[in-house]
Write a new protein. Structure first.
Length: 339
């Protein structure tokens, strides 16, 4: 009887099945009332008393193992068939939805790319700033309207802490730390307390540029900006500089490009002037250099600042500024590019 049990244990541990029918007939063969194991239990009566204990244990073990094996076979079969259903290898693959970069990131990256080809590197600064970096060091007189509550967000009633209204503040941070030559871009988000509409938002993005070295001239500024305009908007783009005022540059200018929609002939977009404004610029005011511990008798420099939304609108004619922050995939999906 012992040999028989051991042989059955061996047989059961090697059982295989590929169909539910097969498992059922195995169950009947071993575990049904008339099955082999039940027969052995019947024969158990004839086992001698000395052997009863040992054979009884073996027999119980055999019965448990057989039950376990049948359960395992069933489980295996059902998980295999579940997998089979999922795995239809003839099916066309599901299209993978690939995201696109945000248009503002594309344009920001393109601006950075264009200037990096003429040696500009990047620095970033904090969006929560103090008055010194955003205004005072940049030569804003105390009564300057840009400090007015209308434009600037102040933090917790502390008029010294503000959300930066422009990325010119990063100029100050860099010049405080680094000695010239400095040739850098400062991209980032800025905040202004404006009513939100299709043409204004309480936050937007800028890229600021700064070049400080010995004998930097206005001609170099103009050349760099002309290179940028042609790279960004096409070889036939013309630029013009109009005198302007910024506290941190002297002289200051605003730059227009020939309207990239009508090529300068005049259209509704450029209000029939043939020109559209794209940035502010100028020679860094000596006061700003001195505020940062840079000797203005030895060094000079130029700076420029542009709005990324503005450039993006010119490139892609986005009519409503709010689209940039709504995250509507139908809008975002339209922008695919190398940047
Ligand atoms: N910071 C100015 C603004 O936010 C933009 C600007 C103008 C930056 C002239 C400059 C500059 O560096 O030279 O309106």
């Amino acid at each position: 009887m012992k040999e028989k049990i051991i042989a059955l244990l061996e047989e059961i541990s090697n059982l295989r099945a590929t169909h539910a029918d097969e498992i059922e007939s195995l169950r009947l063969k071993f575990l049904s009332k008339k099955g082999e194991i039940s027969t052995l239990f019947n024969d158990f009566r004839n086992v001698s008393n000395e052997e009863k204990r040992e054979v009884g244990q073996l027999l119980n073990d055999l019965k448990n193992k057989a039950q376990e094996k049948i359960n395992n076979l069933k489980e295996q079969l059902s998980s295999e068939s579940a997998n089979d259903e999922k795995l239809d290898l003839t099916r066309t693959a599901e299209p993978i939805a690939i995201g696109t970069r945000h248009p503002l990131s594309l344009v920001k990256n393109e601006i950075i790319d264009i200037f990096s080809r003429i040696g500009f590197t990047i620095a970033e600064g904090p969006e929560i700033e103090d008055d010194w970096h955003v205004f005072s060091a940049l030569n804003f007189p105390p009564e300057h309207p840009a400090r007015d509550m209308q434009d600037t967000f102040f933090i917790e009633q502390n008029p010294d802490i503000v959300l930066r209204t422009h990325t010119s503040s990063v100029q100050i941070r860099v010049m405080n730390k680094q000695k010239p030559p400095i040739r850098m871009l400062f991209p980032g988000r800025v905040y202004r307390n404006e009513a939100i509409s299709y043409r204004a938002h309480c936050f937007f993005h800028q890229v600021e540029g700064l070049y400080i070295d010995k004998d930097v001239s206005f001609a170099e500024l103009k050349q760099a900006l002309m290179y940028f305009a042609k790279e960004m908007f096409g070889e036939s783009t013309k630029i013009r500089l109009r005198p302007s005022y910024f506290p941190f540059t002297e002289p200051s200018a605003e730059m227009d490009i020939s309207c990239n929609l009508c090529g300068g002939k005049g259209c509704a977009f450029c209000k029939y002037t043939g020109w559209v404004e794209i940035l502010g610029c100028g020679m860094v005011d000596p006061n700003v250099l001195e505020n940062c511990g840079i000797d203005s008798k030895v060094y000079s420099g130029y700076a420029f600042g542009m709005g990324v939304e503005r450039i993006t609108n010119l490139k892609y004619q986005v009519k409503d500024l709010r689209m940039f922050s709504e995250n509507d995939v139908r809008f975002l999906d339209q922008f695919k590019s190398a940047y």
